[in-house]
Design a protein around this ligand. Sequence first.
Ligand SMILES: [Zn+2]
Ligand SMILES: [Zn+2]
Length: 294
Amino acid sequence: MTPPTTDGAVSNKQAKKQRRREPPPDPAPLPGLVDAHTHLAACGGRDADAVRAILDHAESVGVGQVVTVADDMIDARWAIAAAEWDERAFAAVALHPTHAAELDDAARAELETMVTHPRVVAVGETGLDHYWPGRSEDCASPAVQEDAFRWHIDLAKRVGKPLMIHNREADRDLLDVLADEGAPETVIMHCFSGDRNVARECVERGYVLSFAGTVSFANAAELRVAAELVPDDQILVETDAPFLTPHPYRGQPNQSYCLPYTARSIAETRGVADTVMADLLGANARRVYQLPLR
Ligand SMILES: [Zn+2]
Ligand SMILES: [Zn+2]
């Protein structure tokens, strides 16, 4: 039986719903940052004006450049378009592991052409997602994901660009496939979510660990241990917008302008000044993706 709802409960629920739609306020500016992984099209950036508005907003709080990432072929075309529309945007293209079944001959041929585009700075996101199979009918099976992952690893090596990894609940399998296939020179673990042991193994292999808003969540103590042990030159910060909005705005819409919240959380975890951390994070992104200085 459902208990009768009181007025208080209703307005509480409505207030919560209302808050979920509201974008977080602007953080205090933190110059020098690069958003190492975002999805501009999913944030509404589907024409030149919308992309410019998102990037103007980001730039107003110190986020001067972003890497916008594709999930599927349509998204890959959006990502490249955004990078052509605005000099602050760069693209990464691949089929997300959940879309791995779409990697047919036509997709392979198109991706092979796309990755040679001068504004495409990485192959990604690719990897393994063991969360969605069985939960979503559309999600590729782990075996199909692994085949596609191996193809993307090889593609990154052929084109000489960084490999951007998506990993959800697949730590061991993912590291084993990478070792077996032979990793490209630069590997970026986007939205790093492993524990301290996985972090250490990635660091020893020379991979770059990119932290999203999840590192600021109240229940993320182990992730903060990981964020603390990464050497200065192997750490990045990202929004993964429109998802993973940092604390205390978890659940609200995310965009690149929210990046300073996460950068400050990382600075606090590592016990350094936010401006020092921002310089480091920005310099790492520009080095890893070989972005021009602005
Ligand atoms: Zn991802
Ligand atoms: Zn993403």
